[in-house]
Each structure stands twice: as C-alpha cells, then as structure tokens.
Design a protein around this ligand. Sequence first.
Ligand code: PMP
Length: 335
Amino acid sequence: MNSTSMTVPVPDIVDRQFKKPLFCGPGPCDVWPSVAEALTGPVLSPMCDELFNVFDDVRAGIQYLFQTQSKLVLAMSGSGHAGMEAVISNLVGPKETILIATRGIWDERAYNISKRYGIKPIVYRIPFNRSFTLAELETQLKTYKPTALFITHGDSSSGTVQKIEGLGEICHRYGTLLLVDTVVSLGATPFFMDAWGVDGVYTSTQKALSGPAGISPVAFSARAEEKINNRKHEPPFYFDIKLLAKQWNCYGNTKAYHHTMSSPLLWALRCCLRQICQETLEKSWERHARVTEYFHKRLQQLPQGHAPTPTIDKWTGLSNEGTQPHISKVQMVTL
Ligand code: PMP
C-alpha cells in the first residue's frame, strides 16, 4: 500500500456533445472525409517497414506539393510553427542576420523566434494592406546582405499573396538564403520551390490541404542543405534536420529512430497528399481561385454598416486605416 496520499481527486470529465463549428476563415478547415477515415489507421512502431513506406509516400507527395526535386523533404511533428522554427533554426545561426519582410503577424512570429535563437533580426516593414515589390526587397538585401530573408507567401492576417517568383535569384546574388512561409497558401495558389529559388519552406495541413493540424511539411534546397551540413551551430535536437533526414530516410540509406511520430497524423497527411495528387495542383489552385472570387464578390455586397472603425492590430501595432473597409472586417477576425 502506498503511504503517500492522493492530493488530486478524480476529476469529473463529463461526456459533452461537441457541436461541429462552421469554419469561414483562413484558420483550420474541415478535413476531407477520406482524411477523417485515415486518422483511424493503425499505430506504426518507429522502426517497422510500413512506417518507412509511409515516409516514402509522404516525401513523394511533398516534393509534388512544393514542386521540388530536393531529397531533403519531410514532415515535422508539430503545427506550422514547428516548420517555422525548423527552417529558421537550421539555416540561421546565433549572431547571423535574418531580414524579416514584415506585413502581418507571421513575420512578427519569425522575429520573435529568431531572437530566441540569438539570431539578429532586421525588420523591414510595410503597411499590411499590400505586399512587397522585388525592387524594395533588393534594396534591403543589397544594404544588409543578410544570411537569410524570411517572407510569408500567403499572409492570413492581411489577406495578401506575396510574389516570390524571381526573389530567389535576387537573394542568391547577395549570398542570402530565401525562407518562405506557405502555411496558408500551399495547394491554394501556385508555388514552385525549385523554379523560384526557394531555400527553406514549410507549410501546414489544416489549411488548403484540408487535414488536421499537427504535422508540417518542410523542404530544403541544395544551397540550404550545404548550409545545414557545414553550419557551426546546433539547432534544437527535436528540430534538427540532419537527424530528421536520417529518420525519414531522405537519402535512401538510413532508417533511424529520432522520435515517435504520431501515426494518425502521418496517415492523415498521406491521405491529404493522395487527395491533392488525384485532384492535381492545377485543379486545386483553380478551385481556390473560384472560391476566393465568390468570397470577394459577396464581401462587396455587404452593407456599408459592416465596415469597421479604424483599429490598431494588437499583434503588429499597425492601423487598418487605408485598407479596404469590407476586407479589413474579415482581416480583424480571421486567424
Ligand atoms: N503562418 C501562417 C501564414 C499562418 O496562417 C499560420 C496559422 N494561422 C501560421 C504560420 C502558424 O501555423 P500553426 O498555427 O499551424 O502553428
């Protein structure tokens, strides 16, 4: 008999009737019915053959999704933030510089994360109702010649899409790696990692892929790979791409244990990727463009009274003045 007495009584965890919410913003969205089913797949042990087959399938799907031939592609255990931390902490070391092109809250997150790793962030901020021109970015790159440029492709906090095409070439001219957040844009709007010269990129499953959050595809270019292999700093163990590449058998010669991955989430991601491969990226982009057009049309039809009074965004400290009133109402409520 244990002599220590219980100090926490048994809690009453009642049987609740959860109501499925209606998702209308760029936050999580409903999962495909096939993905809901895939979530009930069998638990896989960390070293079994089936797991490595799933890794191979998932990696092939991620290569298609990012449009990259790179072998260094895998999925992080964690939501989009895990991808953000992995890309930044593996490619930029303490005291190195990262130029953060800021037009919404995700760039602010990249700033905070970078500071925690002892990286020197340089913020280049524009109003959150527009995106950057490549010329503006080049001026900053020329001035600071940073180790990396961080930029968000689709910004869910401002509703803007950033042109990335051509940016890789500009970054590389100044010896800078191009890091891109595609959490909300991948699968919804065209993205070509290799053709656009992107070096480090991550996305998530709960947006345009219609899956559950918690497992995040990442990909690294040959330039990024070289940096990872020659870097002097150690990123966090859990996010170390060198170790994770061994677990994911990225080069076809290692099947290693790093951590136990969530089997339901792996099955779900595999299913999301199958869905998009069956539909094709082109058709998925068209579908999202059609929905966006309809959404914008209906926003224009909102009565004037729906326009918000000017407010200061609590994360960015930026005013929404000057933004389209019918759009800023949505910007304020959708994260
Ligand atoms: N980047 C963007 C553009 C996002 O929209 C989000 C989530 N809304 C994130 C990063 C963070 O992703 P997560 O919440 O999955 O960690």
